[in-house]
Design a protein around this ligand. Structure first.
Ligand code: NDP
Length: 278
Protein backbone atom coordinates (compact mmCIF):
# COMPACT_ATOMS: atom_id res chain seq x y z
CA UNK A 1 0.00 0.00 0.00
CA UNK A 2 1.29 3.49 -0.87
CA UNK A 3 2.58 5.52 2.07
CA UNK A 4 0.07 8.03 3.41
CA UNK A 5 0.65 10.59 6.18
CA UNK A 6 -2.89 9.97 7.46
CA UNK A 7 -3.12 7.79 10.60
CA UNK A 8 -5.68 4.97 10.67
CA UNK A 9 -8.12 4.42 13.52
CA UNK A 10 -9.05 0.90 14.59
CA UNK A 11 -12.76 0.01 14.45
CA UNK A 12 -14.59 -2.44 16.72
CA UNK A 13 -15.06 -4.91 13.83
CA UNK A 14 -11.37 -5.47 12.99
CA UNK A 15 -11.19 -2.96 10.13
CA UNK A 16 -9.55 0.47 10.26
CA UNK A 17 -10.33 3.89 8.79
CA UNK A 18 -8.10 6.78 7.63
CA UNK A 19 -8.63 9.53 10.19
CA UNK A 20 -8.75 12.34 7.61
CA UNK A 21 -10.87 12.16 4.47
CA UNK A 22 -12.80 14.32 2.01
CA UNK A 23 -16.56 14.97 2.18
CA UNK A 24 -18.83 15.88 -0.73
CA UNK A 25 -22.01 17.30 0.84
CA UNK A 26 -23.25 20.12 -1.44
CA UNK A 27 -20.70 19.30 -4.12
CA UNK A 28 -22.58 19.82 -7.39
CA UNK A 29 -23.12 16.49 -9.19
CA UNK A 30 -21.83 18.01 -12.43
CA UNK A 31 -18.57 19.00 -10.77
CA UNK A 32 -18.10 16.05 -8.46
CA UNK A 33 -15.81 14.01 -10.71
CA UNK A 34 -13.37 16.90 -11.13
CA UNK A 35 -13.47 17.90 -7.46
CA UNK A 36 -13.00 14.35 -6.16
CA UNK A 37 -10.18 13.74 -8.66
CA UNK A 38 -8.49 16.87 -7.30
CA UNK A 39 -8.90 15.53 -3.76
CA UNK A 40 -7.44 12.15 -4.72
CA UNK A 41 -4.49 13.88 -6.42
CA UNK A 42 -3.90 15.96 -3.28
CA UNK A 43 -3.64 12.67 -1.35
CA UNK A 44 -7.04 11.96 0.20
CA UNK A 45 -7.94 8.24 0.17
CA UNK A 46 -11.13 8.36 2.27
CA UNK A 47 -14.31 9.75 0.67
CA UNK A 48 -17.65 10.44 2.38
CA UNK A 49 -20.82 10.70 0.28
CA UNK A 50 -24.52 9.83 0.66
CA UNK A 51 -27.41 8.88 -1.57
CA UNK A 52 -29.15 12.17 -0.74
CA UNK A 53 -26.16 14.23 -1.98
CA UNK A 54 -27.01 13.07 -5.51
CA UNK A 55 -23.33 12.77 -6.42
CA UNK A 56 -22.48 9.08 -5.90
CA UNK A 57 -22.03 8.65 -9.68
CA UNK A 58 -19.50 11.47 -9.82
CA UNK A 59 -17.58 10.01 -6.90
CA UNK A 60 -17.58 6.65 -8.71
CA UNK A 61 -16.34 8.20 -11.96
CA UNK A 62 -13.49 9.91 -10.11
CA UNK A 63 -12.50 6.66 -8.40
CA UNK A 64 -12.46 4.84 -11.74
CA UNK A 65 -10.54 7.62 -13.51
CA UNK A 66 -7.96 7.91 -10.72
CA UNK A 67 -6.55 4.43 -11.30
CA UNK A 68 -5.91 4.16 -7.54
CA UNK A 69 -6.13 0.52 -6.40
CA UNK A 70 -9.46 -0.12 -4.68
CA UNK A 71 -7.80 -1.46 -1.53
CA UNK A 72 -6.09 1.91 -0.97
CA UNK A 73 -9.44 3.70 -0.80
CA UNK A 74 -12.01 3.93 1.99
CA UNK A 75 -15.48 4.77 0.67
CA UNK A 76 -18.53 5.65 2.77
CA UNK A 77 -22.11 6.23 1.68
CA UNK A 78 -25.38 6.52 3.60
CA UNK A 79 -28.91 5.16 3.48
CA UNK A 80 -31.45 7.96 3.13
CA UNK A 81 -34.44 8.20 5.47
CA UNK A 82 -37.12 7.04 3.03
CA UNK A 83 -35.21 3.79 2.45
CA UNK A 84 -35.34 2.77 6.10
CA UNK A 85 -37.04 -0.57 6.84
CA UNK A 86 -36.25 -4.26 6.43
CA UNK A 87 -37.64 -4.50 2.90
CA UNK A 88 -35.97 -1.42 1.40
CA UNK A 89 -32.41 -1.65 2.66
CA UNK A 90 -30.90 -4.35 0.36
CA UNK A 91 -32.08 -2.68 -2.87
CA UNK A 92 -31.07 0.80 -1.67
CA UNK A 93 -27.61 -0.54 -0.85
CA UNK A 94 -27.26 -2.17 -4.30
CA UNK A 95 -28.32 1.03 -6.04
CA UNK A 96 -25.69 3.03 -4.15
CA UNK A 97 -23.00 0.46 -5.02
CA UNK A 98 -24.08 0.59 -8.69
CA UNK A 99 -23.93 4.38 -8.77
CA UNK A 100 -20.49 4.27 -7.18
CA UNK A 101 -19.38 1.54 -9.60
CA UNK A 102 -17.99 -0.49 -6.69
CA UNK A 103 -17.97 -4.19 -5.81
CA UNK A 104 -17.93 -3.46 -2.10
CA UNK A 105 -18.29 -0.55 0.29
CA UNK A 106 -16.03 0.19 3.24
CA UNK A 107 -18.69 1.83 5.40
CA UNK A 108 -22.48 2.13 5.14
CA UNK A 109 -24.34 4.45 7.53
CA UNK A 110 -27.97 5.01 8.52
CA UNK A 111 -28.08 8.74 7.74
CA UNK A 112 -30.54 9.90 10.48
CA UNK A 113 -32.46 8.06 13.18
CA UNK A 114 -35.78 9.74 12.12
CA UNK A 115 -37.43 8.59 15.35
CA UNK A 116 -40.97 9.44 14.19
CA UNK A 117 -40.69 6.50 11.76
CA UNK A 118 -39.42 4.25 14.53
CA UNK A 119 -37.64 2.06 11.98
CA UNK A 120 -34.00 2.49 12.84
CA UNK A 121 -33.79 -0.73 14.92
CA UNK A 122 -35.16 -2.93 12.10
CA UNK A 123 -33.02 -0.97 9.63
CA UNK A 124 -29.98 -1.74 11.75
CA UNK A 125 -30.82 -5.48 11.69
CA UNK A 126 -30.94 -5.24 7.89
CA UNK A 127 -27.49 -3.61 8.03
CA UNK A 128 -26.24 -6.58 10.08
CA UNK A 129 -27.44 -8.90 7.28
CA UNK A 130 -25.73 -6.75 4.67
CA UNK A 131 -22.45 -7.00 6.53
CA UNK A 132 -22.82 -10.79 6.78
CA UNK A 133 -23.23 -10.77 2.99
CA UNK A 134 -19.70 -9.38 2.70
CA UNK A 135 -20.29 -6.47 0.31
CA UNK A 136 -19.93 -3.90 3.08
CA UNK A 137 -17.06 -4.16 5.53
CA UNK A 138 -18.22 -1.86 8.31
CA UNK A 139 -21.63 -0.56 9.33
CA UNK A 140 -22.54 2.46 11.39
CA UNK A 141 -24.98 5.26 11.97
CA UNK A 142 -25.13 9.02 11.68
CA UNK A 143 -26.81 11.71 13.76
CA UNK A 144 -27.57 9.17 16.49
CA UNK A 145 -27.69 10.60 20.01
CA UNK A 146 -26.73 8.51 23.04
CA UNK A 147 -30.29 7.28 23.59
CA UNK A 148 -30.62 6.12 19.95
CA UNK A 149 -27.31 4.27 20.23
CA UNK A 150 -28.46 2.73 23.48
CA UNK A 151 -31.45 1.13 21.78
CA UNK A 152 -29.20 -0.49 19.18
CA UNK A 153 -26.85 -1.75 21.88
CA UNK A 154 -29.76 -3.15 23.92
CA UNK A 155 -31.94 -4.57 21.12
CA UNK A 156 -29.54 -5.83 18.43
CA UNK A 157 -26.42 -8.00 18.09
CA UNK A 158 -23.86 -5.63 16.54
CA UNK A 159 -22.54 -2.42 18.09
CA UNK A 160 -22.13 0.26 15.36
CA UNK A 161 -18.52 0.79 14.30
CA UNK A 162 -19.12 4.52 13.76
CA UNK A 163 -21.44 7.34 14.73
CA UNK A 164 -21.08 10.32 12.35
CA UNK A 165 -22.35 13.43 14.15
CA UNK A 166 -22.19 17.18 13.84
CA UNK A 167 -19.05 18.11 15.75
CA UNK A 168 -16.93 21.26 15.76
CA UNK A 169 -15.62 23.55 18.51
CA UNK A 170 -19.03 25.19 18.99
CA UNK A 171 -20.97 21.89 19.16
CA UNK A 172 -19.13 18.95 20.65
CA UNK A 173 -21.93 16.64 21.85
CA UNK A 174 -20.22 15.44 25.05
CA UNK A 175 -23.04 13.03 26.01
CA UNK A 176 -22.99 11.24 22.68
CA UNK A 177 -19.19 11.10 22.44
CA UNK A 178 -18.96 9.73 26.01
CA UNK A 179 -21.49 6.98 25.21
CA UNK A 180 -19.64 6.18 21.99
CA UNK A 181 -16.29 5.95 23.73
CA UNK A 182 -17.71 3.71 26.44
CA UNK A 183 -19.05 1.28 23.81
CA UNK A 184 -16.11 1.29 21.39
CA UNK A 185 -17.90 3.36 18.73
CA UNK A 186 -15.60 5.69 16.74
CA UNK A 187 -16.92 9.24 16.31
CA UNK A 188 -16.82 10.96 12.94
CA UNK A 189 -17.17 14.75 12.98
CA UNK A 190 -19.37 16.14 10.23
CA UNK A 191 -19.31 19.88 9.59
CA UNK A 192 -15.86 19.87 11.23
CA UNK A 193 -15.27 23.51 10.21
CA UNK A 194 -18.77 24.51 11.28
CA UNK A 195 -19.77 24.63 7.59
CA UNK A 196 -18.48 28.20 7.52
CA UNK A 197 -21.52 29.30 9.58
CA UNK A 198 -19.51 30.43 12.60
CA UNK A 199 -16.44 32.69 12.73
CA UNK A 200 -14.29 29.81 14.03
CA UNK A 201 -11.25 31.00 12.10
CA UNK A 202 -11.35 34.41 13.80
CA UNK A 203 -11.57 33.20 17.40
CA UNK A 204 -8.56 34.37 19.44
CA UNK A 205 -7.86 30.81 20.73
CA UNK A 206 -7.67 29.50 17.15
CA UNK A 207 -5.74 32.47 15.74
CA UNK A 208 -3.17 32.35 18.58
CA UNK A 209 -2.46 28.66 17.96
CA UNK A 210 -2.22 29.29 14.20
CA UNK A 211 0.33 32.05 14.73
CA UNK A 212 2.30 29.97 17.24
CA UNK A 213 2.67 27.08 14.76
CA UNK A 214 2.89 29.01 11.50
CA UNK A 215 -0.29 27.33 10.22
CA UNK A 216 -3.74 28.59 9.18
CA UNK A 217 -6.80 28.71 11.49
CA UNK A 218 -8.47 25.95 9.43
CA UNK A 219 -5.42 23.74 9.93
CA UNK A 220 -5.58 24.38 13.68
CA UNK A 221 -9.26 23.35 13.84
CA UNK A 222 -8.51 20.19 11.83
CA UNK A 223 -5.54 19.42 14.07
CA UNK A 224 -7.78 19.89 17.16
CA UNK A 225 -10.16 17.24 15.77
CA UNK A 226 -7.32 14.83 15.04
CA UNK A 227 -5.86 15.22 18.52
CA UNK A 228 -9.35 14.74 20.06
CA UNK A 229 -9.51 11.41 18.22
CA UNK A 230 -12.24 12.29 15.73
CA UNK A 231 -12.39 11.02 12.17
CA UNK A 232 -13.17 13.96 9.84
CA UNK A 233 -13.56 14.82 6.17
CA UNK A 234 -13.69 18.58 5.57
CA UNK A 235 -15.20 19.59 2.25
CA UNK A 236 -13.87 22.17 -0.17
CA UNK A 237 -14.49 22.79 -3.86
CA UNK A 238 -11.09 24.50 -4.10
CA UNK A 239 -7.95 22.52 -4.65
CA UNK A 240 -5.74 24.91 -2.68
CA UNK A 241 -7.98 24.47 0.37
CA UNK A 242 -8.03 20.69 -0.11
CA UNK A 243 -4.23 20.82 0.08
CA UNK A 244 -4.30 23.20 3.07
CA UNK A 245 -6.71 20.90 4.95
CA UNK A 246 -4.49 17.88 4.22
CA UNK A 247 -1.25 19.59 5.33
CA UNK A 248 -1.79 19.01 9.05
CA UNK A 249 0.69 16.31 9.96
CA UNK A 250 3.78 18.45 10.59
CA UNK A 251 2.71 20.11 13.86
CA UNK A 252 1.06 19.28 17.17
CA UNK A 253 -1.09 21.49 19.39
CA UNK A 254 -0.01 21.46 23.00
CA UNK A 255 -2.47 20.46 25.74
CA UNK A 256 -3.30 24.07 26.63
CA UNK A 257 -4.12 24.88 22.99
CA UNK A 258 -6.37 21.82 22.68
CA UNK A 259 -8.11 22.65 25.95
CA UNK A 260 -8.66 26.30 24.96
CA UNK A 261 -10.44 25.19 21.77
CA UNK A 262 -12.44 22.52 23.61
CA UNK A 263 -13.61 25.24 26.02
CA UNK A 264 -15.31 27.07 23.10
CA UNK A 265 -18.33 24.70 23.29
CA UNK A 266 -21.65 26.57 23.23
CA UNK A 267 -24.15 24.07 21.81
CA UNK A 268 -23.98 25.86 18.47
CA UNK A 269 -25.76 23.32 16.28
CA UNK A 270 -25.88 24.06 12.52
CA UNK A 271 -28.36 21.29 11.67
CA UNK A 272 -31.75 20.00 12.73
CA UNK A 273 -32.02 18.21 16.08
CA UNK A 274 -31.84 14.43 15.50
CA UNK A 275 -34.93 13.87 17.67
CA UNK A 276 -36.93 16.25 15.52
CA UNK A 277 -35.66 15.58 12.00
CA UNK A 278 -37.84 13.09 10.20
P1 NDP B 1 -17.33 21.68 6.62
O1 NDP B 1 -17.33 21.99 8.08
O2 NDP B 1 -16.35 20.71 6.05
O3 NDP B 1 -17.22 23.09 5.90
C1 NDP B 1 -17.23 23.24 4.53
C2 NDP B 1 -17.17 24.74 4.24
O4 NDP B 1 -15.92 25.26 4.69
C3 NDP B 1 -17.31 25.04 2.80
O5 NDP B 1 -18.10 26.24 2.71
C4 NDP B 1 -15.87 25.33 2.35
O6 NDP B 1 -15.90 26.28 1.31
C5 NDP B 1 -15.25 25.88 3.60
N1 NDP B 1 -13.81 25.55 3.75
C6 NDP B 1 -13.23 24.34 3.58
N2 NDP B 1 -11.91 24.41 3.82
C7 NDP B 1 -11.65 25.69 4.17
C8 NDP B 1 -10.45 26.38 4.52
N3 NDP B 1 -9.27 25.75 4.58
N4 NDP B 1 -10.54 27.70 4.80
C9 NDP B 1 -11.72 28.35 4.75
N5 NDP B 1 -12.89 27.74 4.43
C10 NDP B 1 -12.85 26.42 4.13
O7 NDP B 1 -18.85 21.24 6.26
P2 NDP B 1 -19.52 19.99 5.57
O8 NDP B 1 -20.96 20.09 5.88
O9 NDP B 1 -19.15 19.86 4.15
O10 NDP B 1 -18.94 18.74 6.40
C11 NDP B 1 -17.93 17.87 5.90
C12 NDP B 1 -18.56 16.57 5.42
O11 NDP B 1 -19.33 15.94 6.46
C13 NDP B 1 -19.59 16.74 4.29
O12 NDP B 1 -19.02 17.08 3.06
C14 NDP B 1 -20.26 15.39 4.34
O13 NDP B 1 -19.45 14.41 3.76
C15 NDP B 1 -20.39 15.18 5.85
N6 NDP B 1 -21.69 15.66 6.37
C16 NDP B 1 -22.54 14.71 6.91
C17 NDP B 1 -23.76 15.06 7.41
C18 NDP B 1 -24.64 14.03 8.00
O14 NDP B 1 -25.83 14.31 8.28
N7 NDP B 1 -24.15 12.83 8.22
C19 NDP B 1 -24.27 16.46 7.36
C20 NDP B 1 -23.30 17.39 6.79
C21 NDP B 1 -22.06 16.98 6.35
P3 NDP B 1 -15.30 25.97 -0.19
O15 NDP B 1 -15.92 24.70 -0.67
O16 NDP B 1 -15.70 27.18 -0.96
O17 NDP B 1 -13.81 25.88 0.01
Amino acid sequence: MTDSPVPRIQLNDGHSIPQLGFGVFKVDPGETERIVLDALEVGYRHLDTARIYGNEEGVGRAIAASGIPREELFITTKLWNDDQGTASVPAAFERSLDRLGLEYLDLYLIHWPTPARDRYVETWRAFEHLREGGRVRSIGVSNFLAHHLERLVDETDVVPAIDQIELHPYHQQPDTTAFAEEHGIVVEAWGPLGQGKYPLFELPEVVAAAEAHGKTPAQVVIRWHLQRGHVLFPKSNRRERMAENFDVFDFTLDDAEVEAITALEREGRVSAHPDEFN
